[in-house]
Design a protein around this ligand. Structure first.
Ligand code: ATP
Ligand code: MG
Length: 431
């Protein structure tokens, strides 16, 4: 290995020579003294070259470096209170491992503002900024926290196909693809496969994976390729999985605030851990709050973005909307026995937007077939799915939680494109 330490692993007292690797963040030549600031994943290192004592060749390399070139610097550590992490590196060797051309596609020091499109076009360069990198380090922590929590709750992580023959549900547009001599689609949700796992006896499963939605959105909360955190669990009803969901959100917030302090401070964000249990309101109460606040929603219509904002402002924290009209929820949501116009479905909301949808599922074969036809879908296409309901299907419930929405609302980020490495939207397919 070339590198001996990350910048933050070095202490001012270290005696033996070290080698750090990173990018030439800044070069300041003051005549008698030259500073080369090297940036690695964890932070900055001040490399100090005194003209009087430095080897001429080393000084030559430093002076000719272009910004953002990749270097390996070997040298000795000297205590220096004014430098990052309290030390400076006096080099004995500077190797250029990857030269950077100039001008750069964008600035990485944070001194020049770049708009989001420029940043996304040069994402590799944008990621070198501590701000952007912190977002993705927190994204990693969220996924780690989710896995830790669900594993402890007995969930088995699964991976389901993204290339499928039929739509998961009506409504959402699909991306068709060519699959040998047939047409196939990119899956819009792991829903049907998760349910097959309930018949398969895995009991509790989860998946963190891509979902594809071909809707021509142009909003700050929709992507055409998003990441969904999905669970399905047997012998639990909708209220049981709502408890799992709110506890998971609280766990992940706590996990990030404990393990991501550096990143949060780079972003200037203070995370407020939501209190559980989250407030629960029914769909009927929700539209009343929206309409009292000036919206015009008829009972039976889906909530608009504006109405989500109106309700969110009134409630002011994470909350659930329960007891939805059966006709605006997917066929697999279970209607109440005594009032089948309502179903055991819920949405979990952040004051800014929907984060998750879930439900107790229909587990009776006859009712499920009926619900598919009632929603205007062709039951034949669902044979592979329906079959699993004929040979012993336990009652079960689950939800899907948008990973990007969880992250953007946690960090107070406005545009969902900021929290995906390479967003896919109506216009953006590259990089
Ligand atoms: P919305 O009404 O906000 O468009 P939805 O109800 O169509 O969302 P669901 O099918 O319920 O979405 O998907 C479950 C979750 O997955 C959503 O609550 C959301 O967090 C996330 N999600 C769904 N579609 C998208 C998308 N296009 N971009 C980003 N996240 C999405
Ligand atoms: Mg939804």
């Amino acid at each position: 290995m070339i590198r001996t330490h990350y910048s933050t692993q070095i202490t001012p007292e270290m005696q033996s020579p070290v080698t750090i690797c990173g990018w030439a963040h800044e070069i300041r030549d003051l005549g008698g003294i030259t500073f080369l600031i090297v940036r690695d994943r964890e932070g900055l290192v001040q490399v100090t070259l005194f003209k009087k004592t430095i080897d001429k060749n080393v000084l030559e390399v430093a002076r000719n470096l272009s910004r953002e070139s990749v270097v390996a610097v070997t040298g000795n550590i000297k205590k220096e209170a004014k430098a990052p992490n309290g030390y400076e590196l006096i080099p004995t060797e500077i190797k250029v491992l990857g030269k950077a051309e100039s001008p750069l596609p964008m600035d990485t020091t944070g001194k020049v503002d770049a708009d989001l499109d420029t940043r996304l076009d040069a994402r590799f360069m944008d990621l070198r900024r501590p701000y952007t990198q912190s977002i993705f380090r927190i994204r990693h922590l969220i996924q780690k926290g989710v896995r830790e929590y669900l594993d402890r709750e007995g969930f088995v992580e699964i991976t389901t196909p993204k290339v499928v023959a039929t739509a998961t549900e009506g409504g959402t547009a699909l991306f068709p693809i060519t699959y040998f001599e047939r047409e196939a689609f990119l899956n819009q949700s792991p829903q049907l496969f998760k349910q097959l796992m309930m018949s398969g006896g895995l009991d509790r499963v989860f998946e963190i994976g891509p979902i594809f939605r071909a809707e021509e959105h142009d909003t700050r909360k929709h992507l055409n390729e998003a990441t969904s955190i999905d669970i399905e669990a047997s012998f639990l009803d909708h209220e049981d999985v709502m408890v799992i969901l709110e506890n998971l959100v609280k766990y992940v917030y706590t996990y990030v605030s404990e393990n991501g302090k550096n990143y949060l401070s780079n972003l200037g964000v203070e995370v407020k851990i939501p209190e559980t249990p989250f407030k629960r309101i029914t769909y009927t109460e929700a539209i009343k709050i929206a309409n009292d606040g000036g919206e015009q929603i008829e009972w039976g219509e889906d909530l608009t973005t504006e109405s989500e904002h109106t309700i969110g402002k009134t409630i002011g924290e994470h909350y659930f909307i329960t007891d939805w009209p059966s006709k605006i929820k997917p066929f697999y949501a279970m209607p109440y026995d005594d009032k089948p116009e309502l179903c055991r479905a819920f949405d979990m909301m952040h004051p800014r937007m929907e984060l998750s949808s879930g439900a107790q599922r229909v587990h009776s074969y006859e009712l499920l077939r009926q619900r598919i036809t009632d929603q205007g879908l062709n039951a034949d296409g669902f044979d592979f799915y329906l079959k699993a309901f004929r040979y012993g299907m336990p009652p079960h419930s689950g939800w899907g939680l948008g990973a990007e929405r969880l992250l953007m609302t946690m960090l107070g980020i406005e545009n969902i494109r900021e929290v995906v490495l390479f967003p896919r939207d109506r216009k953006r397919l590259s990089p």
